[in-house]
Design a protein around this ligand. Sequence first.
Ligand SMILES: *Cc1c(COP(=O)(O)O)cnc(C)c1O
Length: 404
Amino acid sequence: MLDVTAIRKDFPILSREVNGKPLIYFDNAATSQTPKQVIDVIVDYYSNYNANIHRGVHTLSQEATDKYEAARKTIQTHFNAAKSHEIIFTSGTTHGINMIANGFASLLKEGDEVIVSALEHHSNIVPWQMLCEKTGAILKVIPMNENGELLMTAYETLLTENTKLVFVNHVSNALGTINPIETIINKAHEVGAAVLIDGAQASPHIKADVQALDVDFYVVSAHKMCGPTGVGVLYGKEEWLNKLPPYQGGGEMIAEVTFEKTTYADLPHKFEAGTPNICGGITFGAALDYMNAIGFDTIASYENELLEYATAKLLDIDGLRIYGNSNQKTSVISFNIGNVHPYDIGTIVDKLGIAVRTGHHCAQPIMDFYNIPGTVRASFSFYNTKEEIDIFVEAVKKAAFMLQ
Ligand SMILES: *Cc1c(COP(=O)(O)O)cnc(C)c1O
């Protein structure tokens, strides 16, 4: 059981007011809030051991290095990576995807095929389009149905011996659909293709085991799982990371530099050029510790309760349509009411202290599929409550009444 009253006390922001009302934060799919246990780590870093890592012999540098590498180990354990050097620190999901797309530019040739899904965030579409432009590889798309689920039979027919790479999100940020990534990975491996899973939206709800999944690459952002912005990780299988060229050149990623020839550092440093977000990396570790202390099963089952509760209540509103009705969903509800513009609903509920997202959610192809400009998206975290949902539903009713 989750003690939500106690948990809410960990999050200072939840006690502030917005427009004279207590904040109700339902924009968790865009970024999550930060508990004081994690904020304390940021304060501690800058107050006590801020220093550049891996190079200094002095004490502060060693302390910072030790904590940064300890965070890498925490992240390794969380995702059950076989080796800590398979965990590469990035600035976030987008950075991790671009690293791999850039790396594959040297491995793909004209006529090779790569597969994306209809359910992707723009950051898991555009880098691959750029890759195809560079290499002449062909981009194919797994279609979806009205419920917001991928058509797996269609996926199987897209796979050929020319398929080199498949990239799909674990959970859709726009609809909340949990994709059957085990099957996606297994089928891709049958034709020898590598698989990248965008775990940005799944990671706050589902603890992915990269070895059990046998996934080749898994990318996440810390800021969606109670950590800071500007940091994330790319998990990559050692054999792939050895095969791919580095993304950026610079300090930290070299073994030896002369003007004739430079040799690259071993993993993970080969992919970590320049001074990283040291505090961010350490804080990401603390955020995982915080969430694991609560437990991902506990988090998921509570969030699922919130999802079911809010879905039933919202569907009672006349003319309200929910987009994304898979029975495999995280706590994301995307909806519209009649022809009311989502932006107008978002603006009215903000006046009542409620934060939701409106728009295309960086997933325009999904909006095009439903032939809508966007949706209102409410996304719940383990620190939200049914009482907040009640207030939200009343606010939506009020907005619908005013706007129709
Ligand atoms: C948030 C999100 C991203 C982008 O993450 P950044 O932290 O902005 O790099 C990519 N894919 C999905 C599914 C997301 O939810």
